[in-house]
Design a protein around this ligand. Structure first.
Ligand SMILES: C[S@@+](CC[C@H](N)C(=O)[O-])C[C@H]1O[C@@H](n2cnc3c(N)ncnc32)[C@H](O)[C@@H]1O
Length: 212
């Protein structure tokens, strides 16, 4: 059985480089160079990515329920990414791979072609002066366009009304078509933050887009 001690990033800041480990891909912070597509899965199957996976509750469940698909969790915090990695081994999910990386860097330089993307509760950066740090912005959508074929989908979920409005705006380009927006999607799946915000009585905003 794997434990947290089995996943160690084997180098210092000075000698850092992207590393493909066992069901885990690590891209050091501020590392955005070589473009190389790694063989993440042994079995070729339709591929789905979740960005901002946190502790991996949502994607773990999806991977378990859909063994005929491959799932990549992208999470920039190492301790959280390691939690998802432990789940993938503990629950024997060879179709769940963990990428510890900043989302835009991974998408631009390393991500393979993907069928569908989910962005669940990205950090909202609610203060106006911090809004530039939000993940869902034009550069990120351009990177997503490179890994999605025409007809590929992106679903975004947030509890932040202002961010929800901004998401609708940034997707308003000829490359994307709005499929739906709603505040009620009962079968979507659970996550730590979804439960937290529902318990606090907050509204959850879902929006789904298709690449034209
Ligand atoms: C609010 S939490 C949501 C976690 C999970 N999706 C959930 O619903 O419980 C946001 C997560 O996104 C991660 N994150 C934020 N910005 C990111 C980025 N640019 N690239 C990758 N992960 C990011 C954070 O580290 C954090 O774990």
């Amino acid at each position: 059985m794997k434990t947290a001690k089995d996943l160690i990033i084997p180098f210092t800041w000075h000698e850092r480089h992207p590393a493909l480990l066992d069901r885990f891909f690590y891209v050091p912070a501020q590392y955005a160079y070589s473009q190389k597509i790694f063989p993440f899965f042994e079995q070729e199957q339709p591929l789905y990515i979740e960005y901002c996976s946190g502790n991996g509750q949502w994607i773990g469940e999806r991977a378990k329920q859909n063994p005929g698909s491959n799932w990549i969790a992208v999470e920039k915090k190492f301790e959280r990414a390691r939690k998802i990695w432990l789940k993938s081994h503990r629950e024997n999910l060879p179709n769940l791979f963990v990428v510890c990386s900043e989302a835009l860097t991974f998408t631009r330089y390393y991500a393979p072609k993907v069928r569908e993307v989910f962005i669940n509760f990205p950090d909202p950066w609610p203060k106006h002066r911090h809004a530039k740090h939000r993940l869902i912005r034009p550069e990120f959508l351009s990177a997503l366009c490179q890994i999605l074929a025409s007809g590929g989908k992106v679903t975004c979920v947030t509890d932040d009304a202002q961010y929800a409005g901004q998401i609708l705006k940034v997707f308003q380009t000829p490359e994307w078509r709005l499929l739906f927006q709603t505040t009620d999607l009962p079968d979507y799946g659970k996550s730590f933050f979804k439960d937290l915000w529902l318990q606090a009585g907050r509204t959850i905003y879902y929006a789904s887009f298709e690449k034209v």
